[in-house]
Design a protein around this ligand. Sequence first.
Ligand code: DQA
Length: 135
Amino acid sequence: MIINGPNLNLLGKREPNIYGSLTFTEFLEEVIEKYPQVTLDYFQSNIEGALIDKLHEVGFSYDGIILNAAAYTHTSIGLGDAIKAIETPVVEVHISNTFAREEFRHQSFISPNARGVILGFGLQSYELAIQSFLQ
Ligand code: DQA
């Protein structure tokens, strides 16, 4: 399950110098073709509670969750607690290298509860997360 947080629905249009010019749907189509052995579901929301609800919904039955909580990464104790509460392992991803950006992006409420963190490789961060589950 790939879960994207706020503003990631605007990928392709949003600050392309940081996040690239591909839409997430275009990227996902490529990935689905490349990994036919993997069943990939996708969910995006701009609403913190909806992201928590989705983690609860899939977090006891799916093999893995790839989560880019976007700005909520840096603010949401609720999302951090949700990851602690579920059984499915979560890999945290970010498109940009958050440590090379503003100080407030260096804090993550996701990382302490994640199986691992992959960041800074553009959309390839998601693909590396898929590979981590396959291995
Ligand atoms: C992001 C990094 C966050 O700091 C930012 O708020 C985002 C995207 C990334 O993928 O690089 O919206 O999670």
